[in-house]
Design a protein around this ligand. Structure first.
Ligand SMILES: [Fe+2]
Length: 328
């Protein structure tokens, strides 16, 4: 039976953020909205119960927000198209909607990423080192991740595009190694390190998706590859991070050089350039892929959290060490 989300509210994917000036924003595929503080705060109170399993009366009871106030919020969010609606409009393009979701998640990854903390010196110096160590692991693993997709498709065009992407990414961890060496790490210690569990998880989640849906490499690229490279912005970032963490000049340049190279290779445009290779058979398959992409977005968030937690805790090995037979 079709659920009535007006009476048991459930919304489409929505993210609420607050900027440095205390302004609240709501972002969903329908757009970006500035929200009054009081409205945002009231919505936070009810948001967790808007799963489609609670009636407005249930939510009122669980949160102490009056029924009338909840109805008011549901109506205004419904007016801007945020209420979940299981009827697909005839002219709606499944792929177009999937791309919108990727763009939204790309934006969110950028906004909430740990890297932003380095710009303000908001976290421990070892976290900076840890971030580059985990990035090194991830970039080193990336050609292998793409290879899973190559091995699981028999479309020669897809194989060929993915092979080019794989070759372009091969060896890119050397840029990160250069940064790590400037940060005082030895090549040998980096190469013998073991990734954090969240980094391994991210790698494995991507591989798992690419086994069954090889063309989603392009969707992932849309979420993770940087879609602009502004030299002036990078110069400022380097200056700020150098001064917060007292880095020697030239430490961050190799890291940003890598971003520039990937940007110039057009990795963030892989999806736009190869739309015809992304086949979304039906709504069910698309939903499976969207859920997997959303999980991977959260795996990135989780990796940021673990990097900060692990590398700021005194006594944890820097970098993480492998446990072998003689270590037991
Ligand atoms: Fe790269």
């Amino acid at each position: 039976m079709q659920k009535n989300y007006q009476t048991s509210p459930k919304f489409v994917h929505n993210l609420w953020t607050t900027n440095e000036d205390g302004e609240h924003y709501l972002r969903f595929t329908g757009g970006l909205y500035e929200v009054e503080q009081g409205d945002a705060q009231d919505f936070y109170k009810i948001r967790g119960y808007c799963t489609g399993h609670n009636t407005i009366a249930d939510i009122a009871k669980k949160t102490n927000v009056p029924v009338q106030r909840i109805e008011e919020m549901v109506t205004s969010l419904s007016d801007i198209g945020m209420l979940r609606n299981k009827k697909k409009p005839h002219n709606e393009d499944i792929l177009e909607k999937t791309i919108q979701a990727c763009e939204m998640w790309a934006e969110q990854v950028e906004e909430t990423h740990l890297f932003n903390k380095f710009l303000y010196g908001d976290t421990h110096r070892n976290v900076l080192t840890g971030f580059f160590i985990e990035t090194w692991h991830y970039i080193k693993a990336f050609p292998d991740i793409i290879n899973v997709a190559i091995k699981n498709t028999d479309n020669p065009e897809l194989q060929s595009v993915l092979m080019t992407y794989k070759l372009q990414e091969t060896g890119h961890e050397s840029f990160i190694l250069e940064t790590l060496i400037k940060l005082g790490m030895k090549q040998e210690e980096v190469e013998n390190a073991i990734p954090l569990v969240s980094t391994l998880n991210l790698i494995n989640m991507m591989k798992a998706l690419f086994i069954t849906h090889p063309s989603t490499v392009f969707l992932i690229a849309k979420v993770i590859e940087s879609h602009d490279f502004d030299e002036a912005e990078v110069k400022n970032a380097i200056q700020d991070i150098n001064s917060h963490y007292d880095l020697q000049p030239g430490t961050l340049e190799p890291f940003f050089k890598h971003s520039q190279i990937d940007y110039e290779l057009g990795h963030s445009r892989l999806l736009d350039d190869h739309l015809h290779l992304v086949t979304l058979a039906n709504m069910e398959e698309t939903s499976f892929i969207l859920n997997a992409l959303h999980d991977i977005k959260h795996a990135i968030d989780l990796q940021c959290l673990e990097i900060e937690e692990y590398y700021s805790k005194e006594g944890n090995y820097i970098p993480r060490q492998r446990v072998d037979y003689f270590g037991i």
